[in-house]
Design a protein around this ligand. Structure first.
Ligand code: DON
Length: 584
């Protein structure tokens, strides 16, 4: 049954439905009037939920002890870059699902002097990696090899990246930066309920390697909620970094242990791979939307380019008139997401290795052509539907603003929860399974159901395409807010919604983060939505337009900080997690 046929007409300028309720047979005059009031009410949008306020500096992230360590660094006179590095190292101890030394990520920043920055510390494929390394003789994907074996690990960029962050822009020395993480690893920290549950759920996965079991299941048991977890090997690794800097990781004793672990367990990473690793400062993608500018990562993150496309497609639309989370609003965002992900998955890859037509992809002329593909009313179609089955997975995001308004946003990850599950013997840190972010077999789906192609095929030394998008937003050229989240491809659409929640709906950082979310990524061709994101009426309306809808438990786990009109900082860590926003 299609209740909503012929209920809107196509606006020739935008290609979008302009009148939203024309032709709904049962709609009375009173119905229309009450909807008009509803729209007026919703435009002032705030629910009245308060974030955390602070005057001098603030940090927000997924785990309280690490965030507190960052705030203490600010109080001791460190700047946002120092505090971000402190949090990055501390999370490697207290938040092992995603905090890491053995993974990689991105930083965006806005310095007090008004310079936008993007640091790429994404992993690289080892030199021995081959395009078809995850395929059998018949050309089929070998299940699990790109996610759970040692072959899944890319050369980690986290240590190089975190050092760059504070050595280039911070004010403190490496002993100061590493001290909190060393203390947390050596003296231990009380296991949170979520860590306890997560370790319980991942027992089988994490006990495949004796070195991992020894760290996370001391005495063979899952650490109880509230018990103290000490990680002496990790404390040793962090002390090495404190004494000798990143060379300890990429050339010293840690490198030796890592390559030995590789040799013993069928991995590819060599001493040469480690010695060659470099994080890179690259130009960020700057996106203009109304009076906002967004500072987002460029390749090898797809986030900046995809957001630029989506926001260009959405900017001319009367989003506020549509009504928050109305069927028309969802339709508009979803169709923009569909087009952007189709381009992402086909064109984007590491631009040090492949030609990516970035300028064209974000040009007005090209996006005008793309806009014409958006159907006015019915759901668009993504050809060749295929269903990936996203497993539970984790990445993490944190951000810091200091009293001088240096703004630092970092998203980093092991990819899946606990990466490929192997702790490098004698070091206490886990290895990533980021090789799965390449298109292991162009055209087939990865851990996140993403179908990707040649531009993101495996090659030695190449960085795998990412969705991680630490975001900084300026309003009229001044810092307005920063936000980011884990969630694989949903990172991009979560950031899009949080941005619109603030820019179009006037929500504060807490309201914008807590609001329910939805997601579309071209293929599989379905809208995923969080429980309670859409009313039954809206669901009916959307399925009437031809959308396939799938309810999921939750999407992302964001953290963000905004400036208020009076200059106070306001922060929030997503209610979907157990994080913290704190300041002084
Ligand atoms: O770089 C990427 O896009 C993925 N490796 C991110 C993984 C992720 O966000 C998992 N978290 N929920």
């Amino acid at each position: 049954m299609n209740l909503f046929m012929e209920t809107g007409y196509l606006d020739k300028t935008t290609g979008h439905t302009k009148i939203y309720f024309r032709g709904i047979g049962m709609m009375s005059v009173w119905g229309c009037i009450s909807i008009a009031f509803l729209f007026i009410g919703m435009q002032s949008a705030a629910y009245g939920f308060e974030p955390v306020f602070a005057r001098n500096g603030m940090a927000a992230g997924p785990e309280p002890l690490a965030v507190q360590a960052g705030v203490e660094m600010l109080q001791q006179g460190g700047n946002a870059f120092d505090a971000a590095a402190v949090i990055g190292f501390a999370l490697a101890v207290t938040y092992p699902t995603a905090g890491n030394l053995g993974g990689g990520g991105f930083m965006t920043a806005w310095t007090k002097d008004g310079d936008p920055l993007f640091l790429d510390f994404r992993e690289t494929a080892p030199q021995a990696a081959k395009r078809d390394m995850f395929l059998d003789e018949k050309g089929n994907l070998v299940v699990g090899q790109s996610t759970t074996s040692l072959l899944a690990a890319g050369v980690s960029g986290t240590v190089h990246g975190l050092f760059q962050i504070f050595q280039k822009y911070g004010t403190k020395n490496r002993e100061d930066i590493l001290a909190p993480a060393i203390r947390l690893a050596r003296e231990g920290f009380p296991v949170s309920y979520s860590l306890h549950r997560s370790l319980q759920a991942n027992h089988k996965y994490l006990t495949r390697f004796a070195s991992t079991a020894a760290v996370f299941y001391p005495n063979g048991k899952t650490p109880a909620y509230g018990s103290v977890l000490k990680q002496p090997d990790l404390a040793w690794t962090l002390s090495q970094l404190s004494q000798s800097g990143p060379d300890a990781f990429y050339q010293g004793e840690i490198a030796e242990k890592l390559t030995r672990f590789m040799e013993q367990n069928g991995g590819l990473i060599t001493r040469e791979d480690l010695a060659a690793y470099k994080s890179k400062f690259r130009p960020p993608v700057i996106i203009a939307y109304k009076n906002y500018s967004l500072i987002a990562p460029g390749l090898p993150s797809s986030g900046g380019i995809a957001l630029a496309q989506m926001l260009n497609l959405l900017e001319p639309l009367p989003l506020q008139k549509m009504g928050y989370h109305s069927a028309e609003y969802i339709h508009s965002l979803v169709e923009a997401e569909r087009l952007a992900f189709a381009d992402r998955n086909y064109f984007l890859g590491d631009s040090d290795f492949v030609e990516v037509p970035v300028d064209r992809l974000v040009s007005d002329a090209y996006l005008e052509e793309r806009r014409r593909l958006i159907p006015g009313w019915y759901a668009g179609k993504s050809e060749g539907v295929s269903h990936g089955n996203p497993e539970s997975h984790e990445t993490t995001h944190f951000c810091v603003v200091d009293r001088e308004h240096n703004v630092v946003a970092v998203t980093y990850t092991l990819n899946g929860s606990y990466g490929m599950g192997g702790v490098v013997a004698g070091t206490g840190f886990l290895l990533n399974n980021e090789m799965d972010d390449f298109s292991a077999k162009p055209g087939s789906s990865n851990l996140f159901g993403l179908i990707q192609y040649e531009a993101n095929a495996i090659a030695p030394g190449k960085r795998m395409l990412s969705s991680m998008t630490p975001l900084i937003v300026l309003r009229n050229g001044k810092f307005a807010f920063t936000v980011g989240t884990p969630g694989g491809p949903t990172i991009i659409t979560t950031n899009l919604q949080i941005f619109l929640n603030m820019a179009e709906w006037g929500m504060n950082i807490r309201e914008a983060i807590d609001a329910r979310r939805f997601h579309h990524q071209w293929l599989p061709d379905r809208i995923q939505f969080e429980r309670f994101a859409l009313s039954p009426d809206t669901l009916l309306h959307l399925s009437g337009r031809g959308y396939t809808l799938q309810q999921v438990n939750s999407i992302g786990c964001a953290a963000g900080i905004q400036t208020m009109e009076d200059g106070l900082l306001a922060g929030y860590a997503d209610g979907r997690g157990e994080g913290l926003a704190a300041g002084y």
